[in-house]
Design a protein around this ligand. Structure first.
Ligand code: SF4
Ligand code: SF4
Length: 328
C-alpha cells in the first residue's frame, strides 16, 4: 500500500523524506514543479517552503531548479518573460529559493488513452521530479492538487487549451425532455431551459461537466471527455516511467485556484503537509483530511466532485487511491 507521510510543519520535511529513497535522486538535475501564483493571488506556496525542499534536494547531492509552464490565457504568465517577472515579484528568486527558476513554453507529444498531450521539455527529459502542490478548490475540477499540478501545469499552452475545450458540453435535441435539471445544476448559469427551449452560453461555460453528469436522458455529452479524466491522462503523460515525489500543502485552502486573483475565501483551516511517491494517493489523502475537517467542502463551494480525478487516475494507472497514512 502507498505510504503517505503527514506532518504539520515544513521543518519536519527532512524526517518525512526518510520514508522514500531520496538517494536515487543523487546526481540528477531535478525539476521542482510549482505553480508560482497569478498576480494578486495570495495563497500559492511561498518561497520559504520551496527553500526547505531545495535545501533537502541539495543535501542529497542533486541539482534542483524551480519549474513551471506558461499559461493559455493572457495574464502575467502567458510568456516565459512575463512569468519570470511574476516569479521574481512573488519572491521566487535564486537568492530566496536557492536555485534557478525555469519556465517552459514548448513540449513533446506523448500519447495516453488515445490522446496526445505535449509534455513540457524540461519534464520530458527529467528522470526524477519533485512536485510541490498547494491544495485548493478549482472551478472546473472541484480541487487542485498533485494531479492537476501536472495535468494542467505540466503541459504546453496548446495542450491546456485542448483539455479545456474538450470538456465542453454537446447538446442533442432529440434526446432532451426539457426537464431543466442541467440548468439548475450549472454553477455558472450557462444553460437556460424553458418549455421546448434549451439554450447554452459558451462564454459563461467553464467545461466543468456537472450538466453532462446530471442529464439522465443522455442529451448532453462531452466534446471529447470529462475535464478530470483529461487531467489524469495529461498528468500520466508527464510522470510515467519517472521517479517523482509529491508534496501537497494543505494550508490557506482557498475556494479558487492559484491562477485566480480572487481565489478566496479560505474554506478550510490549515492542516499541514503530505508527502508521497504517488499522485493519486497524495491527492486522495489530502481530500480525506480536508473532508474530515470540512465535509465535502470543495463540492459545496465549487459544485464539482473532485473525487472524479482520483478515480480516473486510478483507472488509467496513474497511481493508487489506497494508502497508509503515517503521522510524524
Ligand atoms: S438535463 Fe438533459 S434532458 Fe434535461 S433539459 Fe438538460 S439536456 Fe435536456
Ligand atoms: S460544463 Fe459546467 S459550466 Fe458548462 S454548461 Fe455544463 S455545468 Fe455549466
Amino acid at each position: 500500500m502507498t505510504k503517505v507521510v503527514f506532518f504539520t510543519d515544513i521543518a519536519e520535511l527532512s524526517s518525512a523524506l526518510t520514508f522514500f529513497p531520496l538517494e536515487s535522486f543523487t546526481g540528477k538535475k531535478v525539476p521542482v514543479k510549482l505553480h508560482m501564483g497569478e498576480k494578486e493571488n495570495q495563497y500559492f506556496m511561498k518561497p520559504e517552503v520551496v527553500r526547505y525542499v531545495v535545501d533537502e534536494l541539495k543535501h542529497a547531492n542533486t541539482d534542483p531548479f524551480l519549474f513551471d509552464t506558461t499559461v493559455a490565457y493572457h495574464g502575467l504568465r502567458h510568456t516565459k518573460k512575463d512569468y519570470q517577472n511574476l516569479a521574481n515579484l512573488h519572491g521566487f528568486t535564486r537568492k530566496n529559493v536557492g536555485c534557478d527558476v525555469i519556465i517552459d513554453d514548448s513540449g513533446v507529444p506523448i500519447s495516453i488513452e488515445g490522446r496526445t498531450f505535449e509534455v513540457a521539455d524540461h519534464l520530458k527529459v527529467a528522470s526524477h521530479i519533485f512536485t510541490l502542490s498547494h491544495v485548493k478548490g478549482h472551478i472546473q475540477s472541484g480541487m487542485g492538487g498533485a494531479i492537476k499540478n501536472f495535468g494542467m501545469g505540466g503541459v504546453t499552452k496548446e495542450t491546456k487549451i485542448k483539455i479545456h475545450d474538450s470538456s465542453y458540453p454537446v447538446y442533442q435535441k432529440d434526446a432532451c425532455t426539457y426537464c431543466g435539471v442541467c440548468a439548475e445544476v450549472c454553477p455558472f448559469h450557462a444553460i437556460e431551459v424553458n418549455e421546448e427551449y434549451w439554450d447554452y452560453n459558451e462564454e459563461k461555460c467553464f467545461g466543468c461537466g456537472v450538466c453532462v453528469d446530471s442529464c439522465t436522458f443522455k442529451a448532453l455529452s462531452f466534446q471529447d471527455a470529462d475535464f478530470q479524466f483529461l487531467l489524469a491522462c495529461s498528468a500520466k503523460a508527464c510522470v510515467q516511467e519517472k521517479t517523482v515525489l509529491y508534496l501537497n500543502e494543505l494550508k490557506q485552502i482557498s475556494k479558487g485556484c492559484d491562477c485566480d486573483p480572487n481565489a478566496g475565501p479560505i474554506i478550510c483551516p490549515d492542516i499541514g503537509y503530505l508527502l508521497s511517491d504517488d499522485p493519486v494517493a497524495t491527492d486522495k489523502a489530502s481530500l480525506d483530511l480536508i473532508n474530515k475537517v470540512k465535509k465535502n467542502v470543495f463540492l459545496k463551494f465549487n459544485k464539482v466532485d473532485p473525487m472524479k480525478q482520483i478515480n480516473y487516475g486510478e483507472d488509467i494507472g496513474l497511481g493508487s487511491s489506497s494508502y497508509e497514512l503515517i503521522k510524524l
